[in-house]
Design a protein around this ligand. Structure first.
Ligand code: NAD
Length: 297
C-alpha cells in the first residue's frame, strides 16, 4: 500500500474531546448542559445500535441524552405531537428522528416538522436551502465529517477537482455543495453517469457514497488522489472470502496502491459522522444561549 491511511477514528476522538472541553465551559457559564433528543420508532436492530451509540457519545461529551422509543405502530400524528413538544422544550438543543421510519409515516413530513434551528441532522428543507445558498445552518453530519477529514488532509481545497459519486439528499448532494463552498470544481456522478471510471480519473478528490461494495477500483483513480469512502456494505457471509465483512464502496486493496490518501472502512467516515452530530448539538446549544466558543469546531 502506498496511500496514507486517513484515521477517522483518531480525528473523531480529537473533535469529541475538543467539544467536551467546550461543553465544560458552557455548563459553567450557563448552569445547564446541552441536550440531544433522539426519537426511534420501531425495533429495527441497526437503528437501535445507531441510537445507542449516539446516546453514549452525547453523554461522553458531557451533554444530556433524551431517548424516545416509540412502538412501530405509533400513529404519525403522535410522532408529530412529540416533535412539537421537543421543539418547545428548552432542554432539547438538538432533535433527531432516526431513519428509516415505518412505511405508514411520511418521513418528509416528520423531518420538516423539526425546528430548523434544532435540526442537528441537517435534513430539514430549510437547512438544505441554507446550505445551497451559503447561509449558516445545520449541515448533515456525514458530509460535514468528510469535509473535515479532507481539510485536515489537504489543507486548502480551493481549485481542486472533486468527484462525488452518489446524489442522495443526506450524503451526495450536501457533500457536493460543501466542496463547492470550499471552491472545488465539483462533478456529481450517479447511476446514470456515462463512463464513470473516466469521470473519476479526473479527480483530485473522490467521495464515494453509493452503497455498492468495492465498486471504485484502483485503476479508476488519478495517482495521488484523496479518496473518502462513505459506503458501508456488509459482504454476504456465503461468498468466498466474504465472511460477513464490512467494506466500503471503494476496493481498498487496489485503490490504496494508487491513491495519495484514503479512508478505511470501518474506521474512516463512520466515527466522524457521530462526532459531527455531537458538534452540531453543541453548536445549537451555543447559538441558543449566545455562548461564544473559542475553537473552530
Ligand atoms: P442512497 O442509496 O440514498 O444513494 C446512493 C446513490 O448512489 C444514488 O444517488 C445513486 O444514483 C448512486 N448510485 C447507485 N448505483 C450507482 C452506480 N452503479 N454508479 C454510480 N452511482 C450509483 O445512499 P446514501 O444514503 O447516500 O448512502 C450511500 C452509502 O453510504 C451507503 O453504503 C450507506 O450505508 C453509506 N452511509 C454511510 C454513512 C456513514 O456514517 N459512514 C452515513 C450515511 C450513509
Amino acid at each position: 500500500m502506498s496511500a496514507k491511511l486517513i484515521d477517522g477514528k483518531a480525528a473523531a476522538a480529537q473533535l469529541r474531546s475538543a467539544i467536551a472541553d467546550e461543553v465544560t465551559k458552557f455548563r459553567a457559564a450557563t448552569g445547564r448542559a446541552p441536550g440531544l433528543a433522539v426519537v426511534l420508532v420501531g425495533e429495527d436492530p441497526a437503528s437501535a445500535v445507531y441510537v445507542r451509540s449516539k446516546g453514549k457519545a452525547t453523554i461522553e461529551a458531557g451533554m444530556e441524552s433524551f431517548e424516545y422509543k416509540l412502538s412501530a405502530d405509533t400513529p404519525e400524528a403522535e410522532l408529530l405531537d412529540l416533535l412539537d413538544r421537543l421543539n418547545a422544550d428548552p432542554a432539547a438543543d438538538g432533535i433527531l428522528v432516526q431513519l428509516p421510519l415505518p412505511a405508514h409515516i411520511n418521513a418528509n413530513k416528520v423531518i420538516t416538522r423539526i425546528d430548523p434551528d434544532k435540526d442537528v441532522d441537517g435534513f430539514n428543507p430549510v437547512n438544505a436551502g441554507r446550505l445551497a445558498i451559503g447561509l449558516h445552518g445545520f449541515v448533515p453530519c456525514t458530509p460535514l465529517g468528510c469535509l473535515k477529514l479532507l481539510r485536515a488532509e489537504l489543507g486548502d481545497l480551493s481549485g481542486k477537482s472533486a468527484v462525488v459519486i452518489g446524489r442522495s439528499n443526506i450524503v451526495g448532494k450536501p457533500m457536493a455543495l460543501l466542496l463547492l463552498g470550499d471552491s472545488c470544481t465539483v462533478t456529481i456522478a450517479h447511476s446514470r453517469t456515462r463512463d464513470l471510471p473516466a469521470v473519476v480519473r479526473q479527480a483530485d478528490i473522490v467521495v464515494a457514497a453509493v452503497g455498492r461494495a468495492e465498486m471504485v477500483k484502483g485503476d479508476w483513480l488519478k495517482p495521488g488522489a484523496c479518496v473518502i469512502d462513505v459506503g458501508i456494505n456488509r459482504l454476504d457471509p456465503a461468498e468466498p472470502g466474504g465472511k460477513g465483512r464490512l467494506v466500503g464502496d471503494v476496493d481498498f486493496a487496489s485503490a490504496s496502491q494508487v491513491a495519495g490518501a484514503i479512508t478505511p472502512v470501518p474506521g474512516g467516515v463512520g466515527p466522524m459522522t457521530i462526532a459531527c452530530l455531537i458538534r452540531n448539538t453543541f453548536v445549537s446549544a451555543a447559538r441558543r444561549a449566545a455562548f461564544r466558543y473559542g475553537k473552530d469546531l
